[in-house]
Design a protein around this ligand. Structure first.
Ligand SMILES: Nc1ncnc2c1ncn2[C@@H]1O[C@H](COP(=O)(O)OP(=O)(O)OP(=O)(O)O)[C@@H](O)[C@H]1O
Ligand SMILES: [Mg+2]
Length: 263
């Protein structure tokens, strides 16, 4: 496979953190988002933003509303109240597949590879909702994904169901990248994986971000996630209770005792 080339539509070469703090140039801007499951309110009006090029983490205990947030952003759950802007455009009423078309891509939850399809076929499914206009662009993106995940190249003819857990997670992320995300949503990509594989997944996420893809990450591995994130939001029972840079939150006493198991 050829040398690395990023997909053209990505925000490559941004000085990281520049547009980070004010939200004025946000790629994603969420205001006062309320989500209900029937009569139960799971999100009580959360606001957050992600600037182009950022890696932002959502941290929170089990049941805090992290998955609900991600699913609402993807269009899988309707908002009771609030607004979602992508590149300044209101997408609150857009259906999930339309958001995919706009480059808002969530990696499949629980890995979710197609077990009977080969690695290559799984990757091809990734561009289903956001087709390539030219074969050359497809080739370029495929090269990029195989470069990030050389293991997938080795195993491109193997069926998804026979991959290890870590490999399936890599395939799930790779498949999302085939859709050339403007914003990649990852909900606990390290879940259930061995420590060494977790390290690898985090390294790859960091690499994807460094190469220009904006990432919103949900993670339980607070130490790993914060140390690699530009910024993070702490979510508690459906509300954002704290936000700051990854470095700030790593040394925050309350964050340390609640999420880092120290202090
Ligand atoms: N389909 C559903 N119907 C009713 N309540 C739900 C549904 N899905 C989630 N909830 C509730 O909404 C709240 C937030 O759940 P959510 O899955 O967003 O949490 P989470 O932060 O992702 O937790 P975890 O870390 O365990 O994945 C929880 O109280 C949960 O029980
Ligand atoms: Mg969850």
């Amino acid at each position: 496979m050829g040398s690395h080339r990023e997909p053209d539509n990505q925000a490559v070469g941004l000085v990281k953190g520049n547009a980070a703090s004010n939200g004025a140039e946000a790629l994603l801007e969420v205001t006062d988002m309320v989500v209900n499951y029937g009569r139960i309110q799971a999100l009580h009006g959360i606001s957050l933003h992600v600037a182009p090029g950022e890696l932002v983490t959502l941290l929170g205990a089990n049941g805090a509303g992290k998955t609900t947030t991600m699913r609402a952003l993807s269009g899988l759950l309707p908002l009771t109240r609030g607004r979602i802007l992508l590149e300044g455009r209101d997408i609150t009423q857009m259906k999930a597949h339309e958001r995919v078309g706009e480059g808002l891509i969530q990696a499949p939850e629980g890995r979710g590879v197609f077990p009977g399809m080969t690695v290559q076929e799984n990757l091809d499914m990734g561009c289903y909702g956001r087709p390539f206009k030219q074969k050359a662009e497809y080739n370029k993106t495929l090269d990029w994904v195989y470069e990030l995940f050389p293991r997938m190249l080795e195993r491109r003819k193997q069926v998804g169901g026979t991959l290890s857990g870590g490999e399936q997670q890599m395939l799930a992320i790779g498949r999302s990248l085939m859709a050339r995300p403007k914003l990649l949503l990852l909900d606990e990509p390290s879940m259930g994986l061995a420590p060494m594989i977790i390290q690898q997944i985090f390294r790859i996420i960091t690499e994807i971000n460094k190469q220009g893809t904006t990432v919103l990450l949900v993670e339980q591995n607070a130490q790993q996630a914060l140390s690699r994130s530009d910024r993070a939001y702490i979510l508690e029972t459906g509300e954002v209770t704290k936000t700051g840079s990854g470095a700030e939150l790593l040394t925050d006493p309350a964050v340390k005792s609640a999420y880092l198991g120290v202090g």
